[in-house]
Design a protein around this ligand. Structure first.
Ligand SMILES: Nc1ncnc2c1ncn2[C@@H]1O[C@H](COP(=O)(O)OP(=O)(O)O)[C@@H](O)[C@H]1O
Ligand SMILES: CC(=O)N[C@@H](CCC(=O)OP(=O)(O)O)C(=O)O
Length: 261
């Protein structure tokens, strides 16, 4: 399927997303493109963990996930955040269907490192047929990043890595990370374009850290012949699609003129 656009909405910005944002996603779909939303929900998970007095910590931008943390994350992502986004799209006259990665075996995963991270999974396979059949019926899939392995064990998946895997497997033409900063910042300035080599250097020197790490890793993993660049942009000022992108950082594999191998 052509014209697939994967939009990852970060938990950092979900509550800031405007009606115009959701209207622009629906307008994009009505103009013949195929948007998919993958969402996070880190701050909302933090809030409930705090209420329940459950401790959690992050390792390189990934939440160490015990059984209690997994249960909480799943409740928040699938029960609360997913339905908020579905509702906002329906209010904008779109037809949205909320799914977690467990529904229809949408996101099959394996543990990254159980000893270090607990129930944190990385995607191994995506049920693209399910997503395509929904999009063919003019539905907008809204995906919560909880995945499942072949034994039916659920895993917490970073939403950036879920979005990257889904974009790659579908051969999407665009992948957009909507977050709470204008893009990749260096010395307070938003960088317009960065290459894989520059990203490695920025990770090394500490310019890129925390929640930006899974974003740039997912972006670099997702780059293919079809998907030559990935955007990071601010949810506060963003509408997508026909209204154009306001500003942000474009991530490319290498400098202009060299294609992805
Ligand atoms: N170089 C960088 N430029 C911009 N943000 C960065 C950078 N390095 C780390 N970050 C952090 O990454 C955060 C975005 O990631 P995260 O909080 O996980 O958001 P989201 O919920 O949208 O995925 C920013 O708010 C900022 O604190
Ligand atoms: C393994 C892991 O880190 N999972 C994330 C899933 C949600 C997420 O990614 O939310 P954001 O997009 O808001 O960061 C978490 O538990 O916070």
């Amino acid at each position: 399927m052509k014209d697939i656009i994967v939009i990852k909405c970060g938990g950092s910005t979900i509550s800031e997303l405007s009606e115009a944002f959701f209207q622009s996603v629906v307008a994009m779909q009505k103009s013949g493109k195929h948007p998919i939303i993958v969402h996070g929900g880190g701050p909302a998970i933090n809030q409930l963990l705090e209420k329940l007095d459950i401790q959690s910590e992050f390792v390189d931008g990934l939440r160490k996930t015990t059984a209690d943390v997994l249960e909480t994350a799943e409740m928040v992502l699938c029960g609360k955040v997913n339905k908020q986004i579905v509702t906002s799209l329906q209010q904008a006259n779109g037809q949205a269907v909320g799914l977690s990665g467990c529904d229809g075996n949408l996101l099959q995963v394996q543990a990254i490192n159980e000893e270090k991270l607990g129930y944190v999974g990385e995607p191994t396979n995506v049920n693209t047929e399910l997503l395509i059949s929904l999009m063919e019926k003019q539905m907008i899939p809204v995906i919560a990043p909880i995945g499942m392995n072949e034994h039916g064990t659920h895993y917490n998946v970073n939403a950036d890595s879920a979005a990257g895997a889904i974009a790659k497997e579908l051969g999407a033409e665009q992948l957009v990370f909507v977050t709470d900063v204008d893009g990749i910042l260096k010395d307070g300035q938003c960088l317009e374009k960065v290459t894989a080599d520059e990203i490695e250097a920025f990770i090394e020197d500490g310019t890129i850290y925390g929640g930006m790490l899974p974003k740039v890793r997912a972006a670099l993993n997702a780059l293919t012949e079809t998907l030559q660049s990935v955007m990071i942009m601010n949810g506060k000022s963003t509408t997508v699609g026909q209204y154009g992108y306001v500003s942000g950082t474009t991530i490319v594999k290498s400098a202009v003129g060299q294609s992805v191998s």
